[in-house]
Design a protein around this ligand. Structure first.
Ligand code: TYM
Length: 330
């Protein structure tokens, strides 16, 4: 089992990232060889501030370590330090089809009405993401539900590359998507995912938020006047209520149905304070570790430096076999 996954280093690490992906990264560290990276090359697909990217990359590294990613167990690095990601993307650009990329919903969402003005990087983004995992022969890729389509594309690219070159250069990666927290929704609108690009900070809980901010955000979260029902089926048509139950369950690592059987009959006046207490209790140690580490640029750089060296060594033979499969002389 070789586990590979990444996160964009723009904005804050929020509860959706944490419960949807990072919790699984931390669990998988003890089950197989893991490589986790800051997807800084992906971050330049949208307009960005160069002065903020480096600081954001270090800060996200600190947030991951604070969340439990252990650089002594997993290889932690930033993508820009391992040029093989960008190199392999170019090789895979020969395999990926325009039609496949045209179907990517994230490109449609992010480019919006301004398709003609979107960067080539935004369009080709999923090919870089395929390179990220194929470079290491990843078997498992722990992600939230929103990345599933990109992972399916990575499998299609791997399969076509192997077929067209008559080789078995790449391993087909499996997305690993948790059962209950795969899609944490916005606190302001239960039909939109919690996202760092949402204009309202009230829509998400950041792992760096203090206890008062967390309590305030949960108190103001959109809900409905009904009490909590006994079963998940009865939450149909109540996306905000379902989301808060899902968050509660994920924080305690149990099934949402279980949480309902404990809290059925309570209104949100009672459930929200319980959720706020639980969230604060779970996030306090993370934000404490984050605050202790985030300004220690030397320590973070040393970790990323070591990680980049290990990642480059792991990916090098696989990159070489991709060049060879394509008949490129090097
Ligand atoms: P990113 O940076 O948007 O998110 C990082 C991880 O968090 C998950 N996630 C969520 N899970 C549940 N509920 C949510 N509301 C939520 N929001 C985000 C994402 O699914 C992801 O697992 N393209 C990727 C980064 C990437 C990558 C890769 C991932 C680049 N290369 C290779 C895996 C493998 C992204 O933008 O994730």
């Amino acid at each position: 089992m070789r586990v590979v996954s990444g996160i964009q280093p723009t904005g804050n690490l929020h509860l959706g990232n944490y419960l949807g992906a990072i919790v699984n990264w931390v669990k998988m560290q003890d089950q197989g060889e893991c490589l986790f990276f800051l997807a800084d090359l992906h971050a330049i697909s949208m307009p960005h501030d160069p002065a903020a990217l480096g600081a954001g990359t270090r800060e996200m590294a600190a947030a991951l370590i604070a969340s439990g990613v252990d650089p002594n167990k997993a290889t932690l690095f930033n993508q820009a330090r391992v040029p093989a990601h960008a190199e392999l993307q170019w090789l895979l650009n020969g395999t990926a089809r325009m039609g496949w990329l045209n179907r990517m919903t994230q490109f449609k969402d992010k480019s919006g009405k301004n398709r003609e003005g979107a960067s080539i990087a935004l369009f080709a983004y999923p090919v870089l993401q395929a390179a990220d995992v194929l470079l290491y022969n990843a078997t498992h890729v722990p992600v939230g539900d929103d990345q599933k389509q990109h992972l399916e594309l990575a499998r299609d690219i791997a399969e076509k590359f192997n077929h067209d070159t008559g080789t078995d250069t790449f391993v087909l990666p499996e997305p690993f998507i948790g059962a209950h927290a795969a899609r944490i929704m916005s606190l302001r609108d239960g039909t939109m995912k919690m996202s760092k690009s949402d204009a309202s900070d009230m829509s998400r809980i950041n792992l760096s938020d203090d206890a008062d901010t967390i309590a305030k955000k949960i108190k103001k979260a959109k809900t409905d006047p009904e009490p909590l029902p006994e079963t998940m089926d009865e939450l149909e048509g109540r996306p905000e209520a379902r989301n808060l139950v899902a968050i509660y369950a994920a924080l305690e690592d149990r099934a949402p149905a279980d949480v309902l059987s404990e809290h059925a009959g309570k209104g949100f006046g009672q459930f929200k304070p319980a959720l706020a207490d639980l969230t604060v209790a779970k996030l306090a140690p993370i934000s404490e570790r984050f605050n202790a580490l985030k300004d220690d640029a030397n320590a973070i750089d040393a970790i990323l430096d070591r990680g980049a060296g290990k990642a480059a060594a792991t990916g090098s033979p696989i990159l070489a076999s991709a060049y060879q499969a394509l008949g490129l002389l090097r």
